[in-house]
Write a protein that binds this ligand. Structure first.
Ligand code: ATP
Ligand code: MG
Length: 652
């Protein structure tokens, strides 16, 4: 028996890029081929040329890749630039009056901000922050609703060389405090409250709670008036955003920072453990944001782009706050839930704003598919030309629904694999060039040396599952874990002589060279000596018409090594009693038919929902504890729906 992971998923549907798409795409097959060849022939030169072409520099760089402090790699280190300048100022002359952001609130209120408006708002806030004593290198927490002001706050920090750390507005006071303290932040930018699902979340109240018990280094709290709820303002410490920017000039000379100057810290989702403060650079990060928005999302002059991610996640950094602006696009920003007033809200917004490129997560696709399978058909989605997904493997059945019902079989789907740590898309289709296979993120982007290797770092053959690694440093990679270089080394470079970046995911490549993400390394099941990725068993379950969502984990078993436990969310209501027993039998046989008897779940449990991180990812580490019948002691501070836990435990 090999140590590698066996693949059980057989997906044979292929979708070649539509000719019309290719004709108008930025990258046609020959362009993509040329980029790959250039990256092969001269890796460092490839990235340096792009950095010169795509970024406006204050001081040109002479140094490309510097490996002297490996694994703390540096790129373009002797160059100087400013990210906010590259996102805003450089557009003013040609597209100052172009809409940068179309903001829609849950209640339907809409406003448009041009690039000029953005320049003015960012400049005023940047000057106000400087007036509060914020200087280059200081850290700030941004704890805001998903509105245009969140983007303005991020850009204002970038403008003055302050390092932001955005904390998702759905996080508790405890989670906020941890991040305030760990980052040593001097200022918190927040709002009175955020509106979600018709309810007001007291963001300012959470800030008070977090700071009252441990203010860390926080000197100032800037509060944006948003929901209009009552708040307590602490004299000396708290100031209204509106008052802070009152009378400030719109012009704020950008701080010209070194390429390696940290642009931001972002704590990971916490799917697998205590969140890590991932530190990103300025120039290398921006370069990744620019090229992937051009290559993968094909953003062009009159596109209307909508990435639904919150700025609290990396996706909301690279594909909302920075990338689309750096390439001069128009984008939609929405504060609210996708199901208000019903599960057609997003599709209506795509229609109303003429969205052409749409990017979301599998968890949202599955939820909207469950809540309203035919709702997209009620709206005019004919402007859509490209769809994307990120965050988790997308089950082929969800992919097919997205493709046929939302994209009307016209829009390619870019399934983008990447991480907080990688800064931007790493493995993803190029929509005008790549043939798609549902469930696969297809091929590594030009200049990204992704591979699947075994325990010894040896490249694996077709359909052999192993470790997903990146074999060469890339410009938009993380630089370290904030304040913890050792954790950086131990987490990402522990194997293969410290030469390869270890992503922490398991994967395989098929005979065509397409990548398939199989799950986290920790999630590999070992049943009677067969090593399987949880993702594949889940996809088999979701392919059954009664199943909306499924999560699979292992539990120690005397004979088999591991038994398979499946947590299943059905379409419609949760079943109990005889009906549940019948369904369990049916699903076990179904999986046996789809994959083979070896993958038959030993235990199937139904619940109304799965435990998820606030970014919508299934928390398998928690499910593993539940499957074993353990007390839940692990950190659940990033968990969204604690109420489902007793159901999953079989206690409710
Ligand atoms: P933590 O690192 O704290 O456990 P996290 O890994 O969930 O949290 P993120 O950086 O937001 O935090 O997520 C990156 C992970 O998401 C990847 O390692 C991978 O497991 C998964 N992922 C992202 N995109 C895809 C995709 N297109 N296909 C499959 N998996 C994906
Ligand atoms: Mg991770």
């Amino acid at each position: 028996m090999s140590d590698n992971i066996e693949s059980t998923l057989t997906e044979t549907r292929h979708f070649a890029p539509p000719a019309e798409f290719t004709e108008n795409a930025r990258l046609k097959p020959a362009d993509l081929e040329a980029l790959h060849q250039k990256a092969e022939a001269d890796y460092e030169g490839f990235w340096c040329d792009l950095a010169r072409e795509k970024i406006d520099w204050k001081t040109e760089f002479a140094q490309g890749l510097d490996e002297s402090k490996a694994p703390h790699y540096q790129w373009f280190a002797d160059g100087r630039m400013n990210v906010s300048y590259n996102c805003i100022d450089r557009h003013l002359e040609v597209r100052g009056n172009k809409t940068a952001i179309v903001f829609e609130a849950e209640n339907g209120d809409t406003r448009h901000l041009t690039y000029r408006d953005l320049y003015n708002e960012v400049g005023k806030l940047a000057n106000a922050l400087k007036g509060m004593g914020v200087v280059k290198g200081d850290r700030l927490i941004i704890y805001m609703p998903m509105d245009a002001e969140a983007v303005i706050a991020m850009q204002a920090c970038a403008r003055i060389g302050a390092i932001h750390s955005v904390v998702f507005g759905g996080f508790s006071a405890d989670a906020l405090r941890d991040r305030v303290v760990d980052s040593g932040s001097k200022v918190v930018i927040t709002a009175d409250g955020g509106e979600r699902g018709g309810k007001v979340v007291g963001l300012k109240a959470n800030v008070d709670k977090a700071l009252d018990s441990n203010p860390g280094d926080v000197e100032k709290v800037v509060v944006c008036k948003r929901a209009g709820n009552d708040v307590t303002m602490h004299a000396d410490r708290d100031v209204w955003w509106e008052d802070a920017v009152d009378g400030e000039s719109v012009d704020c000379e950008p701080e010209w920072v070194e390429a390696e100057h940290p642009l931001f810290l972002l704590y990971t989702s916490g799917s697998t453990g205590k969140p890590k403060g991932i530190q990103h650079s300025s120039a290398g990060y921006l370069l990744g944001a620019i090229v992937t928005n051009e290559w993968v999302f094909d953003l062009q002059g009159d596109d209307v782009y909508w990435c639904t991610a919150d700025v609290g996640w990396i996706t909301g950094h690279t594909y909302v706050a920075y990338g689309p602006l750096a390439v001069g696009a128009t984008q939609v920003v929405y504060e609210g839930t996708p199901t208000v007033p019903d599960a057609g809200r997003w599709w209506k917004m795509c229609q109303d704003h003429g969205v052409t490129v749409f990017y979301t997560a599998p968890t949202a696709i599955r939820a909207l598919m469950k809540a309203g399978p035919d709702l997209p058909k009620q709206y005019d989605l004919s402007k859509l030309r490209l769809l994307g997904t990120v965050g988790e493997p997308i089950n082929p059945e969800a992919w097919m629904w997205y493709y046929t019902t939302v994209g009307e079989e016209r829009c390619p789907i870019v399934d983008t694999w990447w991480q907080t740590e990688t800064g931007a898309n790493m493995i993803a289709p190029i929509p005008g060039a790549t043939t798609l296979v549902p469930g696969s993120c297809t091929q590594a982007l030009p200049g990204i040396a992704a591979d699947v290797v075994d325990e010894d770092g040896k490249s694996l053959g077709a359909d052999e599952g192993g470790y997903l690694v990146i074999k060469k440093p890339w410009p938009h990679m993380l630089r370290t874990v904030w304040g913890d270089d050792q954790r950086y080394k131990d987490t990402y470079w522990p194997k293969f002589g410290g030469k390869y970046y270890l992503a922490g995911d398991s994967a395989r490549r098929d005979a065509e060279g397409n990548f398939w993400i199989m799950g986290r390394i920790d999630d590999v099941l070992n049943v009677s000596g067969h090593r399987m990725g949880t993702m594949e068993v889940e996809s088999a379950l979701v392919a059954h018409k009664a199943v909306a969502e499924a999560a699979v984990v292992g539990r120690p078993h005397d004979v088999k090594g591991e038994a398979i436990v499946a947590f299943v969310i059905l379409q419609g209501d949760r079943l109990t009693g005889d009906e549940a027993e019948e369904m369990v039998k049916e699903l076990r046989n179904w999986v046996a038919d789809q994959i083979g008897p070896i993958a038959k779940p030993d235990d199937i449990r139904f619940a109304d929902g799965l435990p998820k991180t606030r970014s919508g990812k299934i928390m398998r580490r928690l499910l593993r504890s539940i499957a074993k019948g353990e007390e839940i002691t692990s950190d659940t501070s990033t968990l969204e729906n604690e109420a489902v836990i007793p159901q999953l435990q079989g206690k409710a």
